[in-house]
Write a protein that binds this ligand. Sequence first.
Ligand code: CO8
Length: 261
Amino acid sequence: NKSYEFIKAELTGANKKVALITLNRPKALNALCNGLMSELSNALDEIEANKNVAVVVITGSEKAFAAGADIKEMKDNTFAQCFAGNFLNNWNRVARMQKPVIAAVNGYALGGGCELAMMCDIIYAGDKAKFGQPEVTIGTTPGAGGSQRTPRALGKSKAMEMCLTGNMIDAQEAEKAGLVSKVIPADKLVEEAVKLGDKIASHSQLIVQMIKEQVNTAYETPLNEGLKFERRGFHASFGTKDQKEGMNAFTEKRAPKFIDE
Ligand code: CO8
């Protein structure tokens, strides 16, 4: 519960195993300035290293998850500065998490905000959420996955339409297209995302993280390679104490007690 300027971070959930990160720059609709992104990245480093945390939930305010990269901060950048400073290089910290990350999106998730949500493993949307890649309307292109993850999540036609027009899609459309897994009344969203986190946290975190890696491998490899990777993970699970515990508990008709080993 360290104090940050642009985010809030706390442990929550039934067993305090869910880290809730709230983007907290409400006046700028949580525009993702450098300061915010580096705080987020530092908080995630700490969470990844903290054995007591199983799952991360990232949320914003009811009005905005995040309205994109900070336009005012970046507008005078030159190409040379962007290149030399490797602008956005630290943006994929969320995507590199081993622990599962849930995005709880209320309001606007635009540009970098939509990209940030798509770096998460599961997206829950409030019923007033809006997703968009409006970079084209301000003379630039997506820069943190908007043109790459939308086609995978929504299919080419919807992805092209979003990226080429800047038009937003609403929560219901996002759910229908598969971008989000559930739409929830806005005021219940964070609570439901934390409940989902609790459910995931009740399993072996070792196994959970292996499964996350398996699902992500589906995006990076041909099917046969992915299936082989999966099968090896399945085999490897038999080298864990939690596999013995899980299967013994089933046989003995009792609840398993996992130790993440
Ligand atoms: N950057 C900086 N400030 C912002 C941003 C932003 N992205 N979005 C909103 N704000 C500020 C506004 O300037 C305004 O500030 P002020 O009160 O000082 O004028 C305040 O937040 C409130 O915003 P509005 O008055 O505009 O609120 P509205 O309810 O009228 O409109 C909208 C809400 C529709 C969300 C509108 O604010 C908007 O269109 N915002 C910009 C959306 C956008 O274009 N985002 C894409 C940015 S580009 C990008 O993300 C590239 C990503 C590349 C990868 C990541 C790079 C780091």
